[in-house]
Design a binder for this molecule. Structure first.
Ligand code: Z5A
Ligand code: MG
Length: 220
């Protein structure tokens, strides 16, 4: 990358089930494309890879895996795409990522695995420049058609997951104070679709022109 050329911002959307991540990610991609801004949507788990197919089968309860094993597979699914994410960002394209390592920690730690153990395999992944956390209570999320058939789609699990996301919000904010990169913004996802879209745009807009600094490493 030449020193004058800016890289794309790495933007992650996190949140509970039914918080509107995929809907808002699609809306944001359309908006950026309409402005001729290069953007690529990345979803985790990426169910199209060999590892992703194992994860998909687990989530649909078609196979059973030890909690540690599935946690490491989710992380491996991110690592197998880490190089291509960096290349895309360095080419000047924004990456909009629907779930990332924060979901990995939240869902595995909600099952009782130690928080630090859950975090370890994702240390050094490309770090997001911005994390948009779509916050919603499990009760409110349930009103959006109820939970589906996949694992974790239960109110009690979602409640624990939300608590762990709360811890990560505080820790990430404290880290941002010191390092000035990796900003976490919590968005009230219980609002109307349009209101959530507007809140997201206010936060994302300053990032769309690209960034000059290097891609950071997660939790380093
Ligand atoms: N998982 C993990 O354990 N470890 C990991 O490392 C990772 C993931 C990466 C599958 O994830 C599971 O994998 C997930 C975490 C775990 N388990 N759970 N739960 P996934 O991303 O494939 O699936 P999901 O995110 O759980 O579900 P989702 O249904 O895709 O949620 P969403 O994307 O946030 O919501 P949505 O599809 O945009 O919207 C849901 C509905 O609500 C839809 O009908 C919308 O029209 C409606 N909606 C959205 N916004 C609004 C507003 N503002 N008002 C009213 N209605 C709305
Ligand atoms: Mg989704």
């Amino acid at each position: 990358m030449s020193s004058s050329k800016k890289r794309g911002a790495f933007i992650v959307i996190e949140g509970l089930d039914r918080s509107g991540k995929s809907t808002q990610a699609a809306t944001l991609v359309e908006r950026l494309q309409a402005k001729h801004i290069a953007v690529q949507l990345q979803k985790f788990p990426d169910r199209t890879t060999t590892i992703g197919r194992m994860i998909d089968s687990y989530l649909r309860s078609e196979s059973d895996l030890d909690d540690h094993t599935i946690h490491l597979l989710f992380s491996a699914n991110r690592w197998e795409l880490a190089t291509s994410i960096e290349e895309t960002l360095n080419a000047g394209t924004i990456i909009l990522c629907d779930r990332y390592a924060f979901s990995g920690i939240a869902f595995s730690a909600s099952k009782g695995l130690p928080f630090e153990w859950c975090r370890a395999p994702d240390v050094s992944l490309p770090a997001p420049d911005l994390i948009l956390f779509l916050d919603i209570t499990p009760e409110k999320a349930k009103e959006r058609g109820g939970y589906g058939e996949e694992r974790y789609e239960k109110e009690e699990t979602q409640r624990k997951v939300r608590q762990i996301f709360g811890r990560m919000a505080e820790e990430t904010a404290a880290q941002y104070e010191k390092s000035n990169h990796g900003r976490w913004v919590t968005i009230d996802a219980s609002q109307s679709l349009e209101a959530v879209t507007a809140d997201i745009w206010k936060v994302v807009e300053p990032f769309v022109e690209g960034l000059s600094g290097p891609i950071h490493r997660l939790w380093e």
